[in-house]
Design a protein around this ligand. Sequence first.
Ligand code: MG
Length: 286
Amino acid sequence: MLRSIILFWFLSNKIRKEMINKCLCLLVMVVFANNLAFCQVKDPKLTEVWYPEPSVVTPGNTLTAAPSDAIILFDGKDLSKWHKPKYAYGGTMQETAEILTAKINYPEFSAPEWIVENGEMIVKPGGGAIETKQHFGDVQLHIEWLSPKDEGKEGQFYSNSGVFLMGLYEVQVLNSYDNKTYPNGQAGALYKQAIPLVNASLPPDTWQKYDIIFNAPRFDSDGKLTKTATITVFHNGVLIQNNTELKGPTIYIGPPYYVAHPPKMPLILQDHGDKVRFRNIWLREL
Ligand code: MG
């Protein structure tokens, strides 16, 4: 009996010591973890991110001058960066879809017909659009344009042109200074899709500028849309499109919808029959 009592006491004492040791270990770990977390919160270096480093870009001498990494599309000298596309989008969605699906537009082009004088390029009415030889996806675009004063014109026929990102998504160019038209077709509208937030137009015969951030739409390998295109536009420095989502390509008649297309496509400037002038066109690929 005595041996049993001694054995029980010995075992229970051993178990008790082990439990005390385990508790002490646990306590030490908790204190250590708390101290570690406390140190982490207090150490500002732990939230410093050193890589990757942004590449160095030298800004232009003025707010409208091209930065060092920009692609100059028109510097006032010639149209060497442009040609004339054979096909024009923008009638109906069916026409646009057929052109995109068949891809019959890409190798078909000729020399641009627009006029270059005094450091400006001028639309040749009836001469057709011009498009860049180089293709682009996401871009930051700077472009300056001027609506010549013409008392005889009004509405959509007063200095209509357009900046077509990827040749498909139009930021409208129009004299919208004291010139009434449907708001989703005025200057800075994403034509027939989005009215500009405000009208920042200057009078005709005044140079105006668009600074555009364009994010191209994304499609999966089956051609299904995975991300809509978005456009941000500053008109003469004023925000008029704030990351606006496009519903599809710009078309004149009916509702648009997306049709899969290559990740990079040319920038197109529209000939709408008016002698709109352009200058200082550059972009940065994003
Ligand atoms: Mg237009």
